[in-house]
Design a protein around this ligand. Sequence first.
Ligand code: GLV
Ligand code: MN
Ligand code: MN
Length: 442
Amino acid sequence: MNPPLQINITQVQQEIDALALISENPPPVVTRVLFSAADLKARAQVKSLFRQAGLTVRDDGAGNIFARWPGKNGALPPVATGSHIDAIPNAGRYDGVVGVLGALEAIRALQRAGFEPARALELIVFAAEEPTRFGIGCLGSRLLAGALSLEQAAALRDGEGKSLNELRGAAGLGGHDLHQVRLAPQCYSAFVELHIEQGPLLERENLPIGIVESIAAPSTLRLQLTGVGGHAGGMLMPDRHDALLAGAEIALAVEQATLTSGSPDTVGTTGVFRIEPGAVNSVPCRAWLETDLRDTCLETRDAALKRIESSVAETCRRRGVEFKLERLNADPPAICDPRLVETIAGVCGELGLPFKRMVSRAYHDTLFMAQVCPATMIFIPCRGGFSHRPDVYSSPDQIQRGVEVLALALARLAANPQGKSFMRSDAAASGGSPFSGQSMCQ
Ligand code: GLV
Ligand code: MN
Ligand code: MN
């Protein structure tokens, strides 16, 4: 008989809720910006949980955390899983955290079931998946994959002009060499990230699991506009070079470039727009904008980027406003490993869980892990598809199914071929899945 795999979802939920209290803003808001006091406290909290599970914990110089369950054969490349615990301003408790604390529970469930991995299992907490501090997302996984050079990393500055080196030093990581962060190719045999969908499809189609086949290509533009300030009463309209109005036109040009790209998958957002001096009776003399532009198709994304860049130049010339435009990143999409996708599809079959093969429109650390090893993601539904807001929600049941699929996938990927197989003990094992009767692949 197969040993049962029991997920302690009550404990996972308690751990998620406790982590949510470590925030720069009061509940239900979760804000944890890289290396803020909240981020440092949250890191300490998850490391303590990892140690309680008997995992060996280490940091790298970029602030990535690695927690290892050794395998019987130290010569085999480990299987990796994980996600992030940083959170954008005004976020909720599930983004990234489900993939960290869910992975921890997957490991604990395998330990309780007596599973002995042939390959080590490594749980990674990636530093700064969110772009809040330095303007680019996936800082930790970018550095792991070598997709950001050390020179580029050294040039990064946050909104207060602080460098990565300064901040990681203050976070106690100064003794860890940034040169050693980059992973060797194929250093992991596989990487699987569990995450909330951050879109509405699984909920709409009443599906418990998504398996990610590709991740859309993200890019970010940062724009600084310098116009001419002056008195809101005294400065005549023909004499104006208003930085805000130039920025407003550019934000609309971003919308136009996405709407006319020819692809329904092009999405553009100007999520940062600050002005100076910010007084009602003063013409704005400076503006800062940050624009996020993505597409599943690289060519369409790049064509839209070029159109936006031309609009910036044209608008600023016409309005007599100076500009400095930077492409902070323009990454290719990721194609997930088809064999890993099939492995997870097989696990869903074993559990009687219908699933959907999907594109991830949000980016994730898997975007960069896919550059170093076979990688994919497991999605679970979230209410209304909402994310990046405090009311994001996935139910304990939804999380439990994701953790179960992850645990069994990790067991298959890390197994000794002669080892025992693992099944959960309840509904699926007895053929009573609440989803039985639905097609296995939508
Ligand atoms: C990740 O948080 C993203 O913005 O896709
Ligand atoms: Mn996010
Ligand atoms: Mn995330």
